[in-house]
Structure formats: C-alpha cells, structure tokens
Design a protein around this ligand. Structure first.
Ligand code: TAP
Length: 479
C-alpha cells in the first residue's frame, strides 16, 4: 500500500462489545432515564453506535438523593482504609477491562486507538491507584488535622478525554469520602456507563457513584441542585463563567478547569529534532482536542525557517484516518459542530493574512476529519492567536528575546500550560517564574502524572486536580 492508502474501517459492532442501549446509573442500578434518549455516533464513520437513555431533572434529583443517602449512611462514616480497598478495586477493574474501554473510547470519541490504549485508559487507572493510596492517609496529607469530606459532589465533564476526565473527578472524590453525581458529555457517554458497570463489579455501595447522561441542561441540573455540596466542572470558559455566576452566593465549593491557548516556546539553542516531536505531540495529540494543547508555537526568529521546514516534513508523515488502525496518528474530530468551529477559525486565519499550510494527507470520505494545519506569519491580534481552536491547528509566532517570549506567551486571557525548549537550565527556571501558566513543561510536552497537580490561572479556571493539592478541593480543612 502507498503512504496514503488505507484499509476500509471495520464495522464498530464487530470490534467492540457494544450494547444496543445504555442507561443512566442511579442508586447502584441502571434505570430508564425519563429524558429523551440520544444516539451516540462514531465520528470516524458517522454510524450510530448505540442509543443512550438520558436523565431528566427528576432523575438528577433521584441521583443526588441516592448520593446523599450513601454519603450519610455508608461512605462518609467508612474508615479510609476500607474506602481505599474499593478505590483500588476500581483501578484494577479498569486495568482488566482496558482493551474494551480503549476500543469503546476510540469509537465514541474518534481518538486514535494507540492513544486510548497507551494513554487515556492506563492514565485513568493510574489516577485511581494513586488516590487509593491517599484514602487512609488524609490525616498525614499536610492539610491540617482531621480533614472531612464535603458530602455530595456534582461533576460535569467534556468529551475530549471521557474516561480520563471521569477518573480525575471521581477518584479524588471517593478517596476523600465524598459521593458523586457525574454528567458525561453528550457526545461521549459510553465509557462512563461502562465505568458504572465496573462500580457494580467492585461492589461499590449503591449511590456512591451515579452517572446521569444528558445534554447541557442536565449538567445545569446537577450543578444547581440544592443538595450538592461541591461542583467540579471541566469544559469551556463560557460555560464555566456561567456556572460561577449561578453559584455565586451559594454555600457550594467550586473548581473549574477551563480552556487554554498554551505557548510552546522554542529557543535557538533547543535540540530541534526533539522540539519538533514535542511540538507535534503538543498540538496534534488527540487531534488538538486538549485544553493544554501547545496551540501557539513561539519560535526564536533566527531558527524559525529551519524549524518550520523540519516541522512540515514531520507533519507530512503523520497518518490520518481510521482511529482503530494502530498506525493512525490523527483520528476524527469528535462532532460536526467541532469541525465547523475549526473550519471557521481556520478561514479567519486565512482572511487575516496568515500563511496556511496543511498536510497533503487525503481525508476519508465519511466521518469528520481535519488535516493537520500550520499557520505562519501569525500576529497576536489575529483570532487564531487568541481563541482556542481545539483542533489540529498550530499558530506560529516569532520572538527575538526571552522577555518578548514571556510577554507574548502571557498575552492571552488563558493560563493553563506552557512549554519551554532550551539547553539552558537557568533559562528554564527564569521562564517558569514568569509564565502565568498552571503547568510549565521543559523540553517535553503533554506529560501527566496523577501526583502532579493540574489546573489554571486566569480564565483557565481555579482549583487543582491531582496530587496532594487536588485532595483539598474535596475536603473541609482546618488551618
Ligand atoms: P462545554 O460545552 O463547556 O461542555 C462541557 C460539559 O458541560 C459537557 O458535559 C456539557 O454538556 C456540559 N454543559 C453544557 N452547558 C452546561 C451548563 N449550562 N451547565 C452545566 N453543564 C453544562 O465544553 P466542551 O465543548 O464539551 O469541551 C471543550 C472545552 O473544555 C474546551 O474549552 C477545553 O479547553 C475545555 N477542557 C478543559 C480541560 C481542563 S483540565 N482545563 C480539560 C478538557 C477540556 P454537553 O455535552 O451536552 O454539551
């Protein structure tokens, strides 16, 4: 086969243990939700994968009651060492069902199987393992004496890392003694509902975890429910701001993980081939549907041409197509709405006078795909330099001095992550001090560890997930 010939995609039903219907999980049981069922679609083939029953506001109420009951009677009073065993069991079961979960995630989301298999699912399991270790050590977490759970956590997550975002939310909540009502994204509910099966398999007490699929209005019902003590939201800055306004003046605790427009900054002394790999990973991992994606490349002027030549050559080798093919690097865009948003922003870049280059790879006839794209000659005022594209599109800007790099990197309402590529250790520390970003990677990008807290500055949100710091979001701590 030539570089651009692909085998036809197999039918989804042949490769996954798909059920025709999935249902909300409330009080330890799968129930017929009273919302309108939705059909979840494989974005790489446009075929319907399954019907999903959705929750209504009254189902959300039942889920919160189940969570409250489980919190008061079982989960809250349970010794940490006992809770740890359950959280550990969830981690083991995710590992045991890793292949099934990876295939399902790829079908529902469109991400390449090598990413769901090697990154999403193992990292989700790692998150549960890590938090299982904390459940009986909270007194020693340095968060003050006798930290107490908050109660019922209402959690709303996006579609870009469906199981992993669930793990980021559910694992710390359970380890700290809280119970959960979680709404997955409308376009990617399947792995959350398989996780509900895993909760049953683990004999998790009924009501400790409740999953309520549905659209944004169900997310709002979770967030606004009066008996929810803590809200954890990951998604767009627009919805995050709306939630913050809605909850103002209530007693609820809130953490927000929102959008980003990260700068990946390459100095003239950087190892260029390594930097090229980091840039490609930074923006094309998960089709660029990554809140911390390195979507702005800031390159020192003297090496800009050389770096761009290398980058285009490398991007030309990326394989785009069937996400279930183990050789695929770039999968499908999750939804036609997201594809339209990317297309619109790319058109604005062209209108504004930036130079567009797209990989020559052909796009499959079916499904939602977008070729990896690089814009050079980008000015800070352009929309492609300011707005989150959330797709495989890189905007390249140049700088001359470290001060200029810092100024350009920080010139965004967001502040989630940044990357620095240089041989000089002192420069890495100098930059890290000045970059207004929750995470600064040095000579690498998109590295995650459950022990490392993750979260933003400015309009990227507040609160941290992961690490010892992340526990605080789920605890009453006394000085
Ligand atoms: P959103 O449209 O904000 O959706 C996120 C979740 O909120 C979905 O489950 C959504 O339901 C729900 N929702 C929509 N309106 C709501 C409301 N009024 N009240 C409560 N919930 C509501 O974002 P998205 O397009 O799914 O995700 C992309 C965004 O998430 C990007 O901006 C990205 O940067 C951000 N993100 C951030 C992070 C971190 S860690 N900072 C990680 C991943 C993604 P539906 O599914 O029905 O729309």
């Amino acid at each position: 086969m030539s570089q651009w010939e692909y085998a036809p995609a197999p039918e989804s039903r042949d490769v996954a243990n798909l059920k025709p219907k999935y249902r909300p999980f409330i009080g330890g049981e799968f129930v017929d939700g009273s919302g309108d069922p939705l059909k979840t679609v494989n974005p790489a083939t446009e075929e319907v994968l399954a019907e999903v029953g959705t929750a209504s506001a009254s189902d959300v109420d039942a889920a919160v009651k189940a969570a409250r009951n489980a919190y008061e009677r079982v989960w809250g009073p349970m010794p940490g060492a006992e809770r740890a065993k359950y959280v550990f069991r969830l981690a083991r079961l995710i590992q045991e069902r890793a292949r099934e979960l990876a295939v399902l995630e790829t079908l529902d989301n469109g991400k390449p199987i090598k990413e769901s298999r090697d990154s999403d699912i193992p990292t989700a399991a790692a998150h549960f393992f890590y938090h299982a270790g904390w459940a009986d050590k909270l007194d020693h977490a340095g968060l003050g004496p006798d930290p107490r759970p908050l109660g019922v956590a209402g959690q709303v997550i996006p579609w870009n890392f469906p199981l992993l975002m669930l793990a980021w939310k559910v694992a710390p909540a359970l380890a700290t003694g809280n119970t959960v009502v979680l709404k997955p994204a409308e376009t990617t509910p399947l792995t959350a509902l398989v996780f509900a099966e895993i909760c049953q398999q683990a004999d998790l007490p009924p009501g400790v975890v409740n999953i309520v699929p549905g659209a944004g209005d169900i997310g709002a019902a979770v967030v606004e429910h009066p008996d929810v003590d803590k809200v954890a939201f990951t998604g767009s800055t627009e919805v995050g701001k709306h939630i913050q306004r809605t909850l103002a003046g209530t007693r609820k605790r809130l953490t927000l993980e929102l959008g980003g427009k990260a700068a990946n900054i390459v100095f003239d002394d950087a190892p260029l081939d390594q930097a090229v790999e980091g840039i490609v990973n930074g923006i094309f991992f998960n089709q660029g549907h990554v809140c911390c994606a390195g979507s702005r490349l800031l390159v020192q002027e003297s090496i800009a041409e050389e770096l761009l030549d290398k980058l285009r050559a490398r991007i030309s080798t990326l394989r785009l197509g069937d996400p279930l093919d183990k050789n695929t690097d770039i999968g499908a865009i999750n939804s036609p709405e997201q594809l339209a948003k990317i297309t619109e922003l790319v058109a604005s870049g062209e209108r504004d006078g930036a130079q567009r280059w797209s990989s020559p790879c052909p796009l499959p006839e079916k499904g939602y795909f977008f070729a990896p794209t690089v814009f050079s000659g980008v000015e800070q005022s352009m929309r492609i330099a300011r707005e989150e594209i959330f797709g495989p599109v890189l905007s390249v800007l140049t700088f001359r001095t470290p001060d200029e790099a810092v100024a350009k990197a920080n010139n965004t309402p967001y502040g989630l992550s940044a990357g620095v590529w240089t041989e000089k250790g002192s420069r890495i520390l100098w930059m890290a001090d000045r970059l207004r970003a929750g995470v600064v990677w040095a000579n690498t990008f998109n590295r995650f560890d459950p022990a490392a807290p993750f979260g933003g500055y400015k309009e990227s949100g507040f609160g941290r997930e992961g690490g010892r710091t992340g526990l605080e979001a789920y605890l009453h701590v006394q000085g």
